[in-house]
Design a protein around this ligand. Structure first.
Ligand SMILES: [Zn+2]
Length: 212
């Protein structure tokens, strides 16, 4: 069984998730730790629970979701994966960081790519990967049916959807991703977003003003 722990980091209030199995192996999803204290908070948590990070997996490569990638790669000697279509976004990361006034030298280099239809394996557990572009060209969502949750990155939020005005974004594509993927999930599936509180599929089908 996989369990999820969440943290909120950096100036963008980005949600970072840890996905943990029964053997205390874990994935780090969208590590957004920017300040050294935030990196330390994550390391302290991992130490306190005696977790063994296996890899970093990202829903997409916007700056606020990658601040902590390099620190985790260095600290735990683990790989970093995301969808191949995020490569350009990742490379723009360092440049946009400077524009926003952040101290961020180089974009981390992915060591593997994640594809729809190729589930990720953590020990005996499997995480489904869905290609859900629109907020960014290679956005993916991670679905775990036995736990009834999906990590949607910045595709779907409680009462909102991801912005589509950044390079490679498209509102039409985003809505299509939500309708053909996320909205086919059971209504009681918990949606764990890249920002803000968790929600449920039913709730968003009924009340999300962007998806009426
Ligand atoms: Zn984003």
């Amino acid at each position: 069984m996989l369990n999820v722990v969440f943290f909120t980091f950096n100036a963008f209030d980005e949600n970072t998730y840890l996905i943990v199995n029964d053997k205390k192996q874990c994935w780090i999803v969208d590590p957004g730790m920017y300040h050294p204290e935030e990196v330390q908070e994550m390391v302290d948590y991992i130490n306190s629970k005696q977790l063994q990070p296996q890899a970093i997996i990202n829903t997409h490569a916007h700056l606020d979701h990658i601040f902590g990638v390099q620190a985790m790669m260095d600290k735990y000697n683990i790989g970093f994966g995301l969808h191949e279509k995020e490569k350009s976004v990742l490379q723009m990361g360092a440049a946009s960081a400077v524009m926003f006034g952040f101290d961020f030298k180089e974009a981390p280099v992915p060591t593997f790519f994640i594809k729809e239809g190729e589930p990720l394996k953590l020990g005996d557990d499997t995480l489904d990967v869905w290609f859900t572009p629109g907020h960014s060209p290679g956005s993916i969502s991670f679905y775990y049916a036995p736990g009834n949750w999906v990590i949607s990155g910045d595709v779907l939020f409680s009462g909102s959807v991801g912005r589509t005005d950044l390079p490679g974004g498209s509102f039409e594509t985003l809505v299509n991703s939500i309708r053909t993927h996320l909205f086919t999930l059971p209504g009681n599936t918990q949606v764990l977003s890249g920002h803000g509180p968790a929600t449920h599929i039913d709730q968003e089908k009924k009340y999300n003003p962007f998806l009426k």
